[in-house]
Design a protein around this ligand. Structure first.
Ligand code: IFM
Length: 455
């Protein structure tokens, strides 16, 4: 596959998150997070897997940064574990936690890799969950205080920040579908949490911009095109209702500080009492938007169907299984959806730089004779890089692309059964080995299709 030329300064990166790779859950003063509790609850994850050891990144920092250097990454997106940095949730910074992330950032900078820090990738300190978690009125205040502490700790080493990763997952998978921590199944609570996450985003972004106006702050959304299963107006309307909860709620909340009228209607029916004005009050303009893209959802109208738990309020809408090839997650492979989504966001919110903050695929990786020939992943990544290039050619201001993920890791309720890494992690020895996709990515970066440098 040929790739268009990417702009000068385009970032080629890779992404991970703390709970998925760090392990060492009770070392260095870290306190438990909601994911520790959830994954240790029988029946919540496949095979009872937990993040206790994960990819043991906590003990293999130097080795992992060296892998990034070998790839030639321009940037690395990681997340800070809130319970490692502030074990009490609010209060004092844990010096060992601070030093761990400072060491990571120093090592990255020594390799010439830009550190991009995400504040929240779902690991709320359990102590805050016990005070109501994200549904509590105080949650945006807790988050703002954490952002302040994180910026105080790392602000001299990190100048690109993401507040929250995929708030749709935290709100609706965590509080309505119950398949993520904390495992609640109440649509009203989930809508409340979605709102409080968005307020939290603005509060945290405001804190960082106040401390360092020149630093770039944004949010990371998992934008999934909701396309009608067939060319039928009723399917199109059902798809639009899913799009509202999956995409527009978060785009509008984060980028305009508004609540779409249809979301207010759903909240009224559910009895959710939130003040939409709060978003406006705390609104902080984003310097960029992070787009996580994996697949397209095909939606059909089904008369009388209750709204799916992950899209509460999207009545009479059902998810139709993909008809073409799928990844090991059962997700369809639709690179066109990436171009489409980038163009849509860029048209709706002009002048906003975009990053693809995650893109990748799980496939069954089998080492054969010491080699992991993951050609399906190479094909997937290559097609999506080309799709990103098409968006740029169409005028989208896209600044970078981060592969999910650097390493095989803990894939939430799927445990270790789904692997997304460029590097294979042996579950017994935790040794890392480059897959064919790692060589492919290294060659892509080396091929000079971008200018490297600052972005
Ligand atoms: O592993 C996750 C990640 O934590 C958030 N985005 C999607 C990835 C694959 O499911």
């Amino acid at each position: 596959m040929t790739h268009p030329t990417f702009p000068e300064g385009f970032w080629w990166g890779a992404a991970t998150s703390a709970y998925q790779i760090e392990g060492a859950v009770d070392e260095g003063g870290r306190s438990p997070s909601i994911w520790d509790v959830y994954s240790h609850t029988p029946g919540k994850t496949l095979g009872g897997d937990t993040g206790d050891v994960a990819a043991d990144h906590y003990h293999r920092l130097e080795e992992d940064v060296a892998l990034m250097g070998w790839l030639g990454l321009d940037a690395y997106r990681f997340s800070i574990a809130w319970p490692r940095l502030i074990p009490d949730g609010v209060g004092d910074v844990n010096p060992a936690g601070a030093e761990f992330y400072r060491r990571l950032c120093r090592l990255l900078r020594e390799e010439g890799i830009v550190p991009v820090a995400t504040l929240y990738h779902w690991d709320l300190p359990q102590i805050l969950q016990e005070q109501g978690g994200w549904a509590a009125s105080e949650s945006p205040e807790w988050f703002a205080r954490y952002a302040e502490a994180a910026h105080q700790t790392l602000g001299d080493l990190v100048d690109v920040w993401a507040t929250i990763n995929e708030p749709w997952c935290a709100a609706f998978l965590g509080h309505s579908a119950g398949v993520h921590a904390p495992g609640a199944t109440d649509p009203a609570v989930a809508h409340r949490v979605a709102h409080r996450l968005l307020v939290g985003h603005h509060r945290a972004a405001g804190v960082i911009k106040k401390r360092a106006p020149e630093h770039r702050v944004g949010i990371v959304l998992n934008l999934i095109p909701a396309w009608p299963a067939v060319d039928d107006p009723r399917d199109a309307e059902a798809a639009d209702r899913v799009d509202l909860i999956q995409n527009r709620l978060f785009l509008e909340g984060a980028l305009r500080g508004g609540v779409p009228d249809e979301v207010s209607d759903i909240c009224r029916v559910l009895g959710v009492e939130e003040d939409p004005g709060e978003l406006e009050t705390h609104f902080t303009p984003s310097d960029y938007l992070g787009v996580n893209y994996y697949n397209v959802n095909r939606i059909a109208y089904r008369r009388g169907a209750p709204s799916p738990a992950e899209w509460p309020g999207a009545d009479e809408a059902v998810l139709v299984p993909p008809s073409g090839p799928v990844t090991a997650m059962g997700w369809g492979i639709d690179p066109d959806g990436l171009t489409w989504m980038l163009r849509r966001v860029s048209d709706a919110y002009p002048d906003l730089p975009l990053f693809i903050t995650e893109n990748g695929a799980a496939f069954e990786d089998r080492p054969v004779g010491g080699r992991i020939d993951d050609q399906p992943r190479v094909d997937y990544l290559s097609a999506h890089v080309a799709a990103a290039g098409e968006a740029i050619e169409a005028g989208v201001d896209l600044r970078g692309y981060f592969v999910w993920s650097l390493l095989d890791n803990f894939e939430w309720s799927y445990g270790y059964s789904k692997t997304f890494g460029l590097f294979y992690v042996d579950r017994r020895t935790l040794d890392r080995s480059p897959k064919a996709s790692a060589y492919w990515y290294r060659d892509l970066i080396r091929s000079g299709i971008n200018g490297g440098g600052t972005c």
